[in-house]
Design a protein around this ligand. Sequence first.
Ligand code: F0G
Length: 436
Amino acid sequence: MSSTVQAELVCFEASCRERFAITDVLYNCPKCGGLIEATYSGARPSAGEMRDLFRQRRLSNAPLDTSGVWRYRELFPFLNDHGRVVTLREGNTPLLDAPLAAQYGGLDQITFKHQGFNPTGSFKDNGMTCGASQARRLGMKRVACVSTGNTSASMAAYAAAAGLEALIFLPHGNISFGKLAQALEYGARTLEVEANFDEILALVRVLAERLGIYLLNSMNPFRVEGQKSIIFEMLDQRDWNPPDWIVLPGGNLGNTSAFGKGLREARELGLIAKMPRLAVIQADGAAPFYEMFHKGGELHPVTNPETLATAIRIGDPVSWPKALHEVRSSCGTVEKVTEQEIADAKAMIGRAGIGCEPASAATLAGIRKLTAAGVIRKDADVVAALTGNVLKDPDYIYKYHTGKLETPSGAKIRSTFGNQPIVVPNDADRIAALLQ
Ligand code: F0G
């Protein structure tokens, strides 16, 4: 099996395509300002050889092979030495059937790819293992990110495991307590800034440049390389039989970029024979990509994005040019959903025995709208990505089930599928009577 691959960084803009060394520290093209991506040339194993290799590795106990990301390393061969890899055995997330959720979404059947089963409870770990490994390879000492909570939780854990100093910037008061707690527990220096995600990203870019800190936000091309593995693992779990649709929530749009790149490359390498369509779902109060997709033109940032799904409370998504390319080239679509729709879809995913955080539930809410509109057929083969674990935001759950959840503007959210806890006296007779 021969593999002599050269990896490079390249400007994503079709009119530029300037090339750079894989070891350059770049988040945007110095020539045109475009986004940066990793590309590979040279001989790689055949599709059949790779499929066999990935399957054989499931029998191995070697750290790289037990990672559900690095098991697919031939599909993002940017490292020259895998000895620098930092892995928490990320990936290895299940595909779950959920008949109740399928029915709610207007489908005969649905499969959830649940990224909440990752070591820090979100899909960010798939990308962070790659970003942190590249940081080590470059000899970086400090890494930083701005985050709505999951990137920071993930970066804190991987930085700790890699022996890197982690610097985290969060929108004060607008991330769930569970995610903030993770950053603290993993020992990251945590700064809560009085600004929103988009404003802090601009700030962090300045600081990274000034202080020589390695940025691990999703415009870091190595994060995107790692997140492609969500697609590769899902396809492997389906014996390389692609679904009709892949549905995911959209915030900063790094994941949409990664899913699209992963699918295109899997197709180019002959691992799959057809491209699934991508459907990206945004929250109503933070839906600039939805607006652009349907109205055309440039992306107009939302200056005050609002949603209780704080993970996707982003008004100026950096990766929109990549995401737009991926959604268009997959003949996909973009939908938006209300706070009520997210809350009810989330409760249904919970009732299916699965559960997820609010942003993840936008997928099922979006699917329900897209099937009702006839965009997704009832009998379609649909994989929906659940991006974060149910325990990421317990406050939201408690409020929903007890009828106390309100939208950011103060409107009441109905607890359509509410499940109130019942306070009872310490009295067997009365409890028995209640349960009869
Ligand atoms: N779902 C969850 C649970 C997220 O945490 C995020 C993003 C998304 C979906 C959207 O993914 O940004 O790639 O479009 N969270 C980032 C963070 C922004 O800082 O944790 P995206």
